[in-house]
Ligand binder design. Structure first.
Ligand SMILES: *Cc1c(COP(=O)(O)O)cnc(C)c1O
Length: 457
């Protein structure tokens, strides 16, 4: 098809929007390893998971066989407020790079929460409401997930309690205020309101907190209050399922114009946006119907796929959650301060870990300053101020487009632009002032936290 016929933005009509999520696990021959109970090392049952998660979500978590799951009408209605998200042909970036490659990006930042996380937040809040719960608890690091969940809970009239990593709570006061505007109760973590928080505060006075610690507090808050459950914005298989809406829309839009991507690139924190974006394409690859190259991009400071170990690990610092088999740096790994807050988790989705282990996708790690160079280039050409997390994908998309310039190949590249960077101006300031540093953990540091992984046979 002639370039000129492809619009700058490809939209879908309302009747072309996905009505079902796609569960890539159904097409995986090697299923992701089950979550196991940390005490018994037996696979978690629906009953066990239902103490922590909403029952319907616990079912989705354990469902490795149903390929398509209906999106409830109430969620479809909510999606209509901000979906379809634009699929953009990056004509301006292509021109600036002088590349023969065709670059597309799926932009998930066009809602107030500013990221893709709203796609799963509304689903999780919906199932909590349907179960008759009073509210949900969660943690937030960089703040995007807490914001998305606050919006979803406000819409459905659910109470929302957010444990926000203390350093973010202090450094990102505006994120906090957005959450409060949507009615959420935001507590800096570690707090004095939970046993695990009091314990961590006593052990490490003045600590800035961590995601793993905030998770432990949120889980305790959920299990100690009547009518509450815990929800999580990434890593879990149910979250990848909800995020499949990103990939399904992308595929429908590309199919409409007969476009087939050669490579699909996404940033990977816990793996939810990447998993969601690639799911329907991966399904075709797993079924032998088509081939694509999939690339996960992670920060060099927190390289779980590229330098981690594949094994069972704790999902949180307090070790209250089930164990998951994943590529991990060890749950005690403390990434150096990195401005891509949403990519600082020690582990990776079990689904993506298994696919990576089986050779269906590749991974790369990139350094922070090169990521901000790519972000700056993107902002100046395409106009959107990207989130630092998303900019990891931009960096590799640009690298690949420049390779095409050398070889003359006209590859079609699709990448996920997960969000906007308006709340990350502190990071941009560091970059603009030339004060950004690249920290890469040593093998010894990684070995130390990996050695503390639980022994599971
Ligand atoms: C949370 C977040 C990510 C990383 O999370 P995944 O679960 O790996 O997708 C990436 N980009 C943005 C904007 C985020 O908010």
């Amino acid at each position: 098809m002639n370039n000129k016929e492809i619009p700058y933005k490809i939209y879908l009509d309302e009747n072309e929007l996905p009505k079902q999520w796609y569960n890539v696990r159904a097409d995986m021959k090697n299923k992701p390893a089950p979550l196991i109970n940390p005490a018994t090392h037996q696979p978690c049952t629906i009953d066990e998971l239902s103490h922590v998660f909403c029952t319907e979500l616990a079912k989705q978590e354990l469902d490795d066989t149903t390929p398509y799951i209906d999106i409830p009408q109430e969620i479809l209605d909510f999606y209509k407020m901000y979906r379809p998200s634009p699929l953009v042909r990056a004509y301006c970036l292509e021109k600036a790079l002088g590349t023969p490659a065709k670059i597309y990006y799926k932009f998930e930042g066009n809602n107030t929460s500013g990221s893709h996380k709203l796609n799963s937040a509304i689903a999780q809040a919906y199932y909590a409401k349907k179960q008759g719960l009073k509210g949900v608890t969660t943690e937030t690091g960089a703040g995007q997930w807490g914001t998305a969940l606050s919006m979803a809970c406000a819409y459905l009239g659910l109470d929302c309690q957010v444990y926000m990593v203390k350093v973010s709570y202090e450094q990102k006061p505006f994120r906090r205020e957005v959450m409060r505007t949507y009615g959420a109760n935001v507590t800096p973590s570690p707090s004095m309101t939970t046993n695990v928080g009091r314990k961590i505060n006593a052990e490490f006075p003045g600590t800035n907190g961590s995601l793993g610690c905030a998770i432990s507090e949120a889980v305790e808050a959920a299990t100690s209050q009547e009518g509450y459950r815990y929800v999580l914005g990434s890593v879990l298989s149910q979250v990848l399922l909800h995020q499949s809406v990103i990939g399904l829309e992308s595929k429908a839009a590309m199919d409409k114009y007969g476009i087939k991507p050669d490579m699909i690139i996404g940033c990977a924190g816990g793996g939810s946006n990447l998993g969601g974006l690639i799911s329907p394409f991966m399904g075709e690859k797993l079924r032998g119907e088509a081939d694509y190259e999939f690339i996960a991009v992670e920060p060099a400071s927190c390289p779980s796929l590229t330098r981690g170990t594949f094994g069972y690990d704790f999902c949180d610092t307090g070790a209250v959650c089930p164990l998951a088999k994943m590529y991990t740096l060890g749950s005690t790994f403390m990434p150096s301060p990195n401005h891509a807050g949403g990519l600082r988790y020690h582990g990776m989705s079990s689904v993506l870990s298994q696919l990576y282990h089986d050779g269906f996708m590749t991974a790369r790690s990139v350094e922070q300053t090169s990521v901000f160079e790519a972000a700056e280039k993107f902002a100046r050409t395409e106009g959107i101020l990207p989130a630092p997390e998303s900019s990891h994908a931009i960096k590799v998309a640009i690298d690949e487009a420049l390779k095409c310039k050398e070889t003359g190949e006209e590859k079609t590249i699709l990448f996920g632009l997960t969000g906007t960077g308006y709340f990350d101006m502190y990071a941009y300031q560091k970059y603009n002032d030339g004060e950004m540093s690249d920290y890469i953990p040593t093998d010894e540091e990684i070995a130390k936290s990996v050695a503390k992984m639980p022994k599971v046979d």
